[in-house]
Design a protein around this ligand. Structure first.
Ligand code: SAM
Length: 287
């Protein structure tokens, strides 16, 4: 197997094919072999798994996934990588490379078509410029057992944050509504070529089998969460009145009281079940 994390191997390979890194496509390739190995191992990839990899690049994580999974489908946007991937991962007959923009896929249909009967997982060293849209699509697809990804460390901390902390955000609530996050390990910038300006971290999101939060209307729930964080420094009633103009200030205050909270409560301190209580009061008022 070609050691794609070895700079002495990788540099001539890239040069031979006239490949230049594209910043716009978020191309920071792994050059530390322990990282792709740890991602595949910690993700729990085994012969029951069908793995969707996003952005194989020149294939360091792809190799590790193919060594463990029943099937791997790697979706890559940059077709300049084709001759290089032919060399680095061409030997694996459990791999299919799909040349597409992952954000253009119908993910549930794709997973059903490619991995029917297997345990679907998503694994990736994500292109950081589209971390949020990709994670949103993967979680909303609601078809994975787990999603294990490398992201910027500050994004990983935001995803795993607790209510009331500085990192807690609408994106935290979105991710934790669908999945249980676990921070796995940090990855320093020197593990990549070219080096990113930030530290990275690998996080696993174990997708909840049941979302038994009791939200009467998920759209209203997520609107409530966004409205609550839109005015972080202000009282929750201000955020709700602005996010749901039909409530007005009085209606927003009544919703908060009916849900059992103090009039001065701040949105950034609320847990998911508490947001559900507020959202359900709004749903009841809308009739
Ligand atoms: N997996 C490789 C590694 O760890 O070395 C490469 C990771 S690099 C951070 C991100 C990869 O995602 C690049 O290969 C890039 O071309 C690809 N990519 C960027 N945007 C994409 C998109 N919208 N859909 C699919 N792949 C994309």
């Amino acid at each position: 197997m070609v050691n794609v994390c070895d700079i002495q191997v990788m540099k001539p390979l890239l040069q031979e094919h006239g490949f230049h890194f594209s910043k716009a496509k978020g191309q920071n390739f792994l050059i530390a072999p322990w990282v792709p190995r740890s991602i595949a191992e910690d993700a729990g990839v085994d012969e029951t798994a069908g793995v969707l990899e996003i952005g194989p690049g020149i294939g360091p994580l792809t190799q590790q996934l193919c060594l463990r999974a029943k099937k791997v489908c790697a979706v890559e946007l940059d077709t300049r990588l084709k001759p290089i991937l032919d060399i680095t991962v061409g030997e694996f007959d459990n791999l299919e490379i799909v040349w597409n923009d992952v954000l253009k896929l119908d993910i549930p249909a794709f997973v059903e078509e490619k991995f029917g009967g297997l345990r679907p997982m998503a694994c990736a060293n994500l292109p950081y410029y589209i971390t949020s849209p990709i994670l949103t699509a993967l979680l909303e697809a609601d078809c994975f057992d787990s999603v294990t990804v490398m992201v910027q460390k500050e994004v990983a901390q935001r995803i795993a944050a607790a209510p009331g902390s500085a990192d807690y955000s609408a994106f935290t609530v979105f991710c934790q509504y669908y999945a249980e996050p676990q921070l796995l390990f940090d990855v320093p910038a020197h593990c990549f070529m070219p080096q990113p300006k930030v530290t990275s971290a690998v996080i696993q999101l174990k997708v909840r089998k049941e979302r038994s939060w009791g939200a009467l209307d998920e759209d209203i729930f997520f609107r409530t969460v966004r409205a609550s964080f839109a005015m972080r420094r202000k009282k929750l009633s201000n955020g709700l009145a602005s996010g749901f103009p039909e409530l007005g200030k009085t209606g927003a205050a009544e919703v908060i009281q009916a849900a059992g909270f103090d009039a001065n409560v701040r949105g950034e301190t609320l847990s998911i079940p508490e947001f559900v209580r507020i959202a359900n009061e709004i749903v009841k008022r809308r009739g």
